[in-house]
Design a binder for this molecule. Structure first.
Ligand code: UD1
Ligand code: UDP
Length: 368
């Protein structure tokens, strides 16, 4: 029996790792599956665990309000040392580019335990953007012995960096596995009733490098545009970081056509809101993957993206974080019908919803 331990700690990791947990736990003849959460996020993690019915075997409960990268790294390293000592897994799976993933992978490297990286090979090659995620994902890839790349482009990045071809597997993104289970034709919600008859804009923002002035700038731009279009309503699901909440309140609060939703929407309502949106404004990574398969245009509130597939598919457009560039980009997408139609074509660059199954098959074959 192979012991596989999955380690994750934030909302996006949980959304993308829970389908894999369920797949591995379903193969009881082959795997002993251990789930360890760091608790880098608390409420936002717990709501996903509850949605997918995943009960962790270990919970480091590390979150503090105002936590720094030092705090997260140090606490995860210490927690991992204890858990690895007890569990002695054959392989540890981490996801993506969070500091939980980086510190957990580093701990495994120190302990001589193999690491598998789910969502490997994404790159901007700009170490400052997104910060610190570009460092985190490159560091995880260095210590991984199995790389589960979502697309051919991410595989190509890894090959270029010297990873061995036989350790890289293109699987699709497990986030699409999750999306296939959450979006429902009969979903209803009072906020959707509020937005009925309007063009619904769904919005999120949280990136570290956008905290402070950049966020204030693009919030101001968004308010200016909404003021000009009576038929536009915005549902902004606000991240629990208090810095985000304060900026959102001060720039976007008390507007009759903007709803600030805090605590943020759980994954099932959120995915169903995306599916019914006219367009999406976000600096999120995961939403850039979900939108193409839903056929929803996204204006990405960033200067760089590690998701070129969505740009190629025509769904994503980088509008930066400048007040005028966001104002212009948002207004254009509301007025240019041809552009809107072009960006609304659904495509499937991130997979078919079977990524978890593929990863489990590969683990069954490769882990001895
Ligand atoms: C983290 C990840 C980022 C990922 C994002 C997803 C790092 C360095 N950053 O950033 O890559 O895109 O998660 O959302 O790994 N908070 C709560 N309750 C929660 C979650 C957060 O109160 O359930 C508050 C706390 O005050 C916390 C703050 O948000 O200190 C920031 O959380 P943190 O995980 O440090 O940063 P994120 O911006 O969420
Ligand atoms: N999400 C959610 N509720 C929200 C905002 C996002 O359930 O209010 C989901 C979203 O659909 C995606 C994931 O959370 O699956 C992305 O998380 P986030 O944007 O926090 O992190 P990132 O992907 O940028 O790391």
């Amino acid at each position: 029996m192979k012991k596989i331990m999955l380690v994750f700690g934030t909302r996006p990791e949980a959304i993308k790792m829970c389908p894999l947990v369920l797949e591995l736990r379903g193969r009881t003849d082959m795997f002993e599956t251990v789930v360890c959460v760091t608790g880098q996020h608390r409420e936002m993690l717990d709501s996903v665990l509850e949605t997918f019915n995943v009960v962790p075997d270990h919970d480091m409960s590390i979150m503090d309000s105002g936590q720094t990268l030092f705090d997260i790294t140090a606490k995860v390293m210490a927690g991992m040392r204890r858990v690895l000592d007890v569990e002695k897994p054959d392989v540890v799976l981490v996801h993506g580019d969070t500091t939980t993933s980086f510190a957990a992978a580093l701990a495994c490297f120190y302990a001589g335990i193999r690491v598998g990286h789910v969502e490997a090979g994404l790159r901007t090659y700009n170490i400052d953007s997104p910060y610190p995620e570009e460092f985190n994902r490159q560091a995880v890839d260095i210590v991984s012995v199995l790389s589960f790349a979502p697309t051919e482009a991410s595989r190509a990045n890894l090959l270029r960096e010297g990873k061995l071809a036989e350790t890289i597997f293109v699987t699709g993104n497990t986030g699409i596995d999750a999306l296939k289970t959450t979006v429902r034709a009969d979903f209803s919600h009072h906020l959707l009733e509020w937005a009925a008859g309007s063009r619904l804009v769904v919005m999120t923002a949280h990136r570290h490098e956008n905290l402070g002035e950049p966020m204030h700038r693009f919030f101001r731009a968004i308010r200016r545009v909404v003021d000009e279009f009576d038929d536009v309503k915005v549902i902004y699901s606000v991240h629990l970081n208090p810095v985000v909440g304060q900026a959102a309140e001060s720039e976007l609060g008390e507007h009759p056509r903007i709803r600030l939703i805090s605590p943020p929407l759980d994954v099932i309502p959120f995915h169903n809101f995306l599916a019914r949106a006219h367009l999406i404004l976000t600096d999120s990574g995961g939403i850039q993957e979900e939108a193409p398969s839903l056929g929803k245009p996204v204006l990405v509130l960033r200067d760089t993206t590690e998701r070129p597939e969505g740009i190629e598919a025509g769904t994503l457009k980088l509008v930066g974080t400048g007040e005028e560039s966001v104002y212009d980009g948002f207004k254009l997408l509301l007025t240019d019908v041809v552009l809107y139609e072009k960006m609304s074509a659904a495509s499937n660059p991130y997979g078919d919803g079977l990524a978890s199954k593929r990863i489990a098959d590969i683990l069954a074959e490769k882990i001895r």
